[in-house]
Design a binder for this molecule. Structure first.
Ligand code: DX5
Ligand code: ZN
Length: 227
């Protein structure tokens, strides 16, 4: 069994008040968030359209937290530089759109950011087998990407377990697994017990009456399951 990893909380700005992003960020930053998860959608890879580099740049100005930029776009290669320049510390790209994933991961790293690969719910674990030595983190989608507030897909737990086994067998116990979609105080312990340690949560934090208390509940539930 791998050594226990710290649990990192990554509130997703998608569920924050876009008209008051600075204030929303301050609330979760003061409450001890570890990262800020930023969802970039292009209306092609996913049915929704959200934000681009100018907003990432503005967010960067008001926070010291690392920005965890999740690119749900058809042509991520065209925008890597813009997002890193805007302030992304972590950049994750979907395996489903990348014919040359190996090259993309190394480009992200060369730009100075941490490189993550994202798998949609229908994408098999084997899709990342050949790049296990090249990635910095794996992001498992536990909903179909595009919107916040969707229901957690239970099958994701098995998938996380399989990815953790694959990483550990390859000597990559330094690689963290991030989970995104439907994470709350009930699902967090399930994914953490399976080997995840970075938890994205949008609705379960920002849509609650007391976001700091909601984040604390998720973290406490996760810590109870940490391996
Ligand atoms: C969905 C996004 C998520 C989203 C998660 O496509 O990638 O980051 O904000 O929202 P919740 O936590 O509400 O499922
Ligand atoms: Zn996301």
């Amino acid at each position: 069994m791998s050594p226990s990893r710290p649990i990192l909380m990554a509130p997703s700005l998608l569920s924050a008040d876009f008209a008051a992003l600075g204030a929303s960020i301050r609330v979760v930053e003061d409450a001890g968030a570890d990262l800020l998860h930023v969802d970039v959608m292009d209306g092609h890879f996913v049915p929704n359209i959200t934000i681009g580099p100018p907003v990432v740049k503005a967010v960067k100005r008001v926070t010291g937290l690392p920005l965890d930029v999740h690119l749900m776009i058809e042509r991520p290669d065209d925008y890597l530089e813009a997002f890193v320049e805007a302030g992304a510390s972590l950049v994750s790209v979907h395996v489903e759109v990348l014919a040359h994933l190996h090259r993309t991961l190394h480009r992200i790293k060369a730009l100075g950011a941490r490189a993550g690969v994202v798998l949609n719910p229908a994408t098999p674990v084997s899709a990342i087998e050949e790049v296990v030595g090249d990635l910095d983190f794996v992001l498992v989608m536990s909903v179909n990407p595009g919107f916040g507030g969707q229901r957690f897909i239970a099958r994701s737990v098995e998938k996380i377990r399989a990815i953790r086994q694959m990483l550990d067998a390859a000597g990559r116990d330094d690689v963290a697994i991030e989970v995104d979609g439907g994470i709350d105080a009930t699902t967090a312990p399930l994914v953490v017990a399976a080997g995840a340690s970075m938890l994205v949560a949008g609705n379960a934090i920002f849509a609650q009456p007391d976001p700091p208390a909601a984040m604390a509940r998720i973290r406490a539930a996760a810590l109870g399951a940490a391996r």
